[in-house]
Ligand binder design. Structure first.
Ligand code: GLA
Length: 723
């Protein structure tokens, strides 16, 4: 619900339990009055504190610098008095940059308009406020959009810049959200990592100066996640305040929390300004991506559930989002590049016997690709390996009762490829410099329309040639050599963003032309696990590290923001190919239950005892998948925090059933059973656990006793039903 109070000049945006309040100082500067627990009153203009005198001079003379330097801005701009982090920098034809953005008008409408060329939240039961600001001397206008969804506790924001002047201008920085608050001894939470170690949580106190998390790698990255949250000091899973931002974007991003002189805090998020410069001709506009804002006064757990519900209901579009995904077996860790038709069919036959439902042929099926040293871009089937062609293989796999999926890395070009030999100018490149190779490959210049068309046609023609029901879209190196032989000199700064827009355009075309396709995004594991990709694919490969213990931290960090149904999670071989660890087969199965479920191994090469466990694991997946996909997630214990054990719980929306997944990492001598305090149950309802009846309140306040496990890496699942 969005209200505007004409008398107080207050905009109030209410969600189920929160209010976001915007005010106007002197009907001119759009200020941020409040974000937090839902308020009834709109008499809130006093929160802008515009009549307070600065320290010097002791009278409030309304001097612009002292005003702008302290005023809580809804969308900050620099150069005219606000020295804190600026959201926008525009260089005009005269080479100057200062802005003074003031209120022009607003409109409130039902629904939410799509963001052109960009992924964004959607849904009919929404309402949007659009505020137009203008810098009068240059005619630059900024449209601030805010949307709320009636059934959700989140708010989404985006920004559009319009060049209303007569000359071209350059946008050097355009962030998408700004949140000014008083500091309350906040701590900052962010997610960090590396290849095979994605999304580990970090929490530190916010000191004076700035805390930054960012990517300049051309993708959201393994290293940082486009997410930032400010937490009250006492914040846990169940209590305390959280102010979170998450960016619906898959390219370079900046997220910053700045603690300023008067102990105020400014949190901003948007496209990273580094090497970004967008030319805007007179009359043109630029749409910046969307930021999701979540406030919780019930700790991190409520924040996670709010993100999960928003993404399930208003971001993911795939028809598969509410469906049980097929249990897949992926050829990568089973065979790497070493396979042919016979080998794949033998793998598929064994997998089918065990109940696995889809064979995914990973890297190595095209061009002359027998290692990672060439052929990217040559998307023609290698018939020396796939004798009889792709259709023959797919038909044979289908005849076994299995679906078929395939791997692509469409954004890339190997120097050793026919494509590169024919079109060396199609790779991103800096003039007169040799390119920077990574995994023996370059990145395609997707700003070229003919390259986008070539890439699309390559993927589409393979999909048209056989009954292919799943695609894994990979991206195995980050962007360097950000130069285009196609774009003019004054548009080179647009290249990284244009790459991201091109990926969106290609995936939009793909999912539109192949509406039944199940698309899984991937980037060297989980380097493009971001809300932007979820708009196109209902699942994303979480990490190349499928070791059950490494996955505890990776999956916990992912679950902090993303619905469990979006996490690609597989049972892999042992010793694990990334860390060499040996874990029980049961544990690997239970850890993979948290996601889309599949196998990353050759079932013919594992022990008969483990093979025999596969049908039971698949039965468990089928039994629990709708609960895991649709239920509410609660983090009960964090291995990242306690270094001993890990536990999460999923509770059905009607609170009638729940599932607990528990992993004891190392066996410990001489310790007792553990007490797990459950969450999210109906306090007054009776629940049955292992044949014994408990009151919901008892399980939540006093806890469930879990007997100790014998040995390392032991996992168990516990079912809970209402009596
Ligand atoms: C990436 C993916 C893997 C696999 C390889 C193939 O690393 O994350 O799952 O597809 O590429 O080269």
């Amino acid at each position: 619900m969005i209200k505007y109070d004409e008398k107080t000049k207050i905009f109030k945006l209410d969600t189920l339990t929160t209010s976001y309040v915007i005010g106007l100082a002197d009907e001119k500067y759009v200020g941020h009055a409040y974000y937090g627990k839902k308020l009834a009153s709109t008499d809130l203009a006093y929160l802008l504190r515009i009549d307070e005198p600065p320290f010097v001079p002791s009278k409030n003379l309304r001097e612009k610098v002292s005003f702008l330097d302290t005023y809580p801005m809804e969308y900050s701009f620099g150069g005219t008095g606000d020295f804190r982090e600026s959201c926008i920098t525009v260089t005009t034809a005269d080479g100057q940059q200062g802005l003074d953005l003031t209120y022009v008008s607003h409109r409130i409408y039902n629904g939410k308009e799509p963001l052109e060329g960009l992924p964004a939240t959607w849904g009919e039961n929404s309402e949007t406020l659009e505020i137009t600001l203008e810098d009068v001397p240059t005619g630059i206008r900024v449209l601030l959009s805010y949307s709320v969804f009636e059934d959700n506790d989140a708010l989404t924001r985006s920004v559009k810049v319009i060049n209303g002047g007569n000359d071209a201008v350059y946008i050097d920085r355009v962030l998408s959200a700004c949140l000014d608050m008083d500091n309350e001894e906040f701590e900052v939470l962010s997610l960090h990592g590396s290849w095979a170690r994605e999304r580990h949580m970090e929490r530190v106190p916010l000191g004076y100066g700035s805390y930054v998390t960012e990517s300049v790698r051309g993708e959201s990255s393994h290293q940082d996640q486009p997410f930032l949250a400010l937490l009250s000091k006492n914040c846990t899973q169940t209590v305390g305040e959280v102010y979170a931002m998450h960016f619906v974007y898959s390219g370079n991003f900046l997220a910053k929390a700045q603690r300023n002189q008067h102990d105020t805090v400014r949190m901003v998020m948007g496209i990273h300004p580094e090497s970004f410069r967008w030319k805007l001709e007179a009359g043109e506009s630029f749409q910046a991506p969307e930021v999701v804002c979540v406030y919780s006064d019930e700790g991190l757990g409520k924040m996670s559930r709010t993100f999960h519900d928003l993404y399930r209901n208003h971001l993911i579009r795939s028809k598969y989002k509410n469906q049980t995904r097929p249990v897949l077996i992926n050829s990568w860790e089973a065979a790497y590049f070493d396979f042919d038709t016979d080998e794949l069919l033998a793998l598929a036959k064994k997998a089918a016997e065990l109940g696995i439902e889809m064979l995914v042929m990973d890297d190595g099926w095209f061009g002359k690709r027998n290692s990672d040293e060439g052929s990217l871009g040559d998307w023609t089937v290698n018939e020396e390996k796939l004798k009889g062609g792709l259709k023959h293989l797919v038909d044979e796999v289908n005849a076994l009762g299995m679906k078929f999926g395939i791997w692509f890395e469409p954004e890339m070009i190997s120097p050793d490829s026919d494509l590169y030999r024919a079109h060396p100018g199609w790779a991103l490149q800096l003039k007169n410099r040799s390119g920077s190779q990574c995994r023996a490959q370059y990145v395609l210049d997707l700003s070229r329309p003919e390259v986008r068309d070539y890439v699309y046609e390559c993927v589409a023609s393979v999909l048209r040639s056989a009954n292919i029901e799943y695609v894994k879209w990979d991206m195995n190196r980050q962007l360097t050599d950000i130069g285009s032989a196609y774009l003019p000199a004054d548009r080179q700064g647009e290249l990284s963003h244009r790459h991201t827009l091109a990926v969106y355009e290609l995936q939009e075309r793909l999912t539109r032309d192949f509406p039944d396709l199940l698309l899984e995004n991937c980037s060297g594991g989980g380097a493009r696990f971001d809300p932007g990709m979820l708009y196109y694919s209902p699942q994303i490969w979480s990490s190349d590290d499928a070791d059950a213990i490494e996955r505890l931290a990776i999956q916990e960090g992912t679950q902090l923001l993303y619905p469990l149904s979006t996490m690609g999670a597989h049972v892999s071989d042992c010793p694990n190919h990334t860390v060499g660890r040996v874990t029980p087969f049961e544990t690997r199965g239970i850890v993979a239950l948290a996601g889309t479920f599949g196998y990353e191994l050759d079932p013919r090469k594992i022990s008969e005892e483990d093979q025999a466990k596969i049908p039971g694991q698949i039965a468990d997946y089928k039994k629990y998948t709708s609960l895991i996909r649709e239920g509410d997630y609660y983090r009960i214990a964090s291995y990242q925090e306690n270094h001993r054990f890990d536990c999460y719980e999923v509770v059905s929306k009607d609170k009638k059933e729940a599932l607990i997944c528990f992993v004891q990492v190392l066996g410990e001598p001489n310790f007792r059973s553990r007490k797990l305090k459950l969450q999210g149950l109906d306090a007054d309802a009776e629940y049955v656990v292992d044949g014994k009846t408990y009151l919901g309140e008892t399980l939540m306040s006093a806890g469930l006793i879990l007997q100790r496990a014998w040995g390392d890496f032991k996992a168990q699942i516990i079912e809970i039903h209402e009596k």
